[in-house]
Ligand binder design. Structure first.
Ligand code: C2E
Ligand code: MG
Ligand code: MG
Ligand code: MG
Length: 275
């Protein structure tokens, strides 16, 4: 074999080694962090477009690793997804949200649905889907208070088993939302072939409101499309009144963004609901 062919081969081997090393590191860190309860679930309230009242929330993970600023998911979620360990984390997040809902329900406090983000890996993991399914069946909390968000690329790749899982959750009254709508590769096929309770309009479109006529036309069309298909629309990433006014004027059902509420601790969120 000439040098010409040797080189890429060597590079490939090097890459494989690093990748393998990183996977182990990710797992080690993850297990330590889970044990030491470094992962925190934040809750970002979602408001009704007409009344401004809090109608639900989304659970968003933060990683408080040794003294530093809490890490946001973009720093560690992609790596955990690539290595498959995301399911371990999402199991923890899901169980934390279940406990949160069960406690409030037992104390007869005001309830709103709380959404958990699921990765593609979660939907392909039979133990994960079975655990969620069993937990939902066994809880005393009415099913409408549990909700899952998945992104389009997750639906297009999952097996029939994953599809059946989502459908069986829906049949029990658990809502399934399609996250980051408008950014995927086969957006229309996805909403045609799968059933969702709502579309989450991606933040990228919200950011451009009032700045780009084409983008605004897409926003209006997505709201119309969702309604024609019997789905609700949640807009995410609303940061100012102009964005809020535009979305409400065009009939967007629910609004989520820093303009209303930032993600907050469970205690803060509880107090807010109790008010
Ligand atoms: P996502 O599910 O689309 O979540 C919405 C993201 O938008 C959150 O970012 C939220 O903090 C952010 N956001 C909300 N309102 C505003 C706003 O007005 N302005 C701006 N600039 N951002 C806003 P976050 O928490 O950093 O999460 C990023 C992504 O990481 C999420 O996107 C989701 O895909 C993923 N993620 C978060 N938590 C989990 C989790 O527990 N499990 C999994 N598998 N993925 C998660
Ligand atoms: Mg989400
Ligand atoms: Mg999103
Ligand atoms: Mg996202």
């Amino acid at each position: 074999i000439s040098n010409q062919y040797m080189q890429p081969y060597e590079i490939y081997q090097e890459n494989m080694k690093t990748e393998y090393g990183q996977k182990n590191l990710a797992l080690l860190n993850l297990e330590k962090a889970l044990e030491q309860e470094e992962f925190v679930v934040c809750y970002q309230p979602v408001v009704d477009g007409q009344t401004g009242e809090i109608v639900s929330a989304e659970a968003l993970v933060r990683w408080n690793s040794s003294g530093a600023e809490p890490m946001v998911p973009s720093v560690f979620v992609p790596e955990l997804e690539d290595s498959g360990y995301i399911t371990k984390l999402d199991t923890y997040i899901d169980q934390t949200v279940h406990r949160f809902q069960e406690e409030r329900y037992c104390q007869e406090k005001r309830m709103v649905p709380v959404a958990v983000n699921l990765s593609r890996m979660d939907l392909m993991d039979g133990r994960m889907t079975e655990r969620i399914f069993t937990e939902i069946q066994e809880t005393k909390v009415p099913k409408q208070y549990f909700r899952y968000e998945i992104i389009e690329s997750a639906c297009t790749i999952i097996s029939t088993q994953g599809e059946e899982f989502l459908e069986s959750l829906r049949q029990q009254g658990v809502q399934i939302f399609l996250d980051d709508f408008g950014t995927g590769v086969s957006t229309f096929e996805t909403v045609r072939d799968y059933t969702f309770d709502a579309l989450k309009l991606d933040m990228g479109f919200v950011k451009k409101i009032g700045k780009d006529q084409k983008s605004d036309a897409i926003v209006v069309s997505i709201i119309d499309l969702a309604h024609r298909m019997g789905m609700k629309v949640v807009a995410e990433g609303i940061e100012n009144q102009q964005q809020s006014d535009f979305l409400r004027a065009h009939g967007c059902d629910y609004l989520q963004g820093f303009y209303y509420y930032k993600p907050m601790s469970a205690e803060k969120f509880s107090k807010l609901l109790d008010k």
